[in-house]
Write a protein that binds this ligand. Structure first.
Ligand code: FMN
Length: 229
């Protein structure tokens, strides 16, 4: 049975209309219709139904991209993990990743305070998922996934030759309360010969979105872009 919780008029012209809530729990919906006065005597109705999403799924709307591989070197062995929780913190370039002691890589990150962020492309998706579902504690991931470790310029963690780009990083902070590892890039490499350049973005539920059409708003954003970018 439909359960009408509340109904109200949307007040401000040219937007007039109504909205009401139905259902409860995970089935809760907001129904809205807006009457839009187009200014030349026509009134259009725009309808929508917003389904309430479980709070635990909110992050799937915000997941940034791209999915990256993070290499470390613990003094003896190279390792790789997959990371989708990343953040660009400013233009300097400082980045953050979220990870912690549940991963074998974390001990090397904490001890040696270095890593490489390697950017894979869509043709590497199965390797990316494979790397993120096994542990360097018992697996040589460079061997298992047929990837080539290349020495970097500054850090001991290796670049991944097969990736589109590699960013050598130093760990500059660890915010333990939120498992945030803050990284400063010290050298960056990009493979300009590579044909496949599409990166993948994790939704967070086991599905991925592949880069699509590139849209140019450089003129509109000119005041916000750093010099030379
Ligand atoms: C697509 C994908 C994204 C992942 N993102 C993260 C992440 O952002 N942070 C994290 O701690 N683990 C993440 N993981 C899990 C780690 O990659 C995984 O635990 C991996 O086995 C760690 O390797 P290690 O034990 O050799 O360090 C992700 C895994 C996959 C498949």
């Amino acid at each position: 049975m439909v359960n009408f919780h509340r109904a109200r008029m949307l007040p401000h012209p040219p937007f007039r209309g109504w909205c009401f809530w139905t259902g409860g729990g995970v089935d809760r919906k907001i129904h809205a219709a807006t009457l839009i006065d187009d200014g030349v005597g026509q009134t259009n109705i725009r309808r929508c139904v917003m389904h309430e999403l479980e709070l635990g799924k909110a992050f799937t709307l915000m997941e940034p991209g791209p999915v990256v591989l993070v290499t470390t070197h613990d003094g003896q062995k190279d390792n790789i993990m997959t990371i989708s929780w990343t953040m660009v913190m400013d233009f300097t370039p400082v980045f953050a990743i979220t990870t912690g002691g549940w991963n074998h890589s974390y001990a090397a990150l904490r001890k040696n305070r270095e890593c490489v962020i390697a950017i894979p492309t869509v043709d590497m998706l199965d390797k990316v998922v494979g790397i993120g579902t096994c542990s360097g504690s018992d697996t040589d991931k460079f061997g298992k996934f047929k990837l080539t470790a290349v020495p970097g310029k500054v850090v001991k963690a290796p670049l991944i030759k097969e990736c589109l780009a590699n960013i050598e990083c130093k760990v500059i902070d660890i915010v333990k309360k939120h498992n945030i590892v803050v990284l400063e890039a010290v050298a960056t490499w990009i493979d300009t010969t590579r044909k496949e350049k599409r990166m993948v973005h994790a939704v967070g539920d086991g599905t991925f979105i592949v880069d699509g059409r590139k849209m140019d708003r450089r003129k509109m954003m000119a005041s916000k872009l750093p010099y030379g970018v």
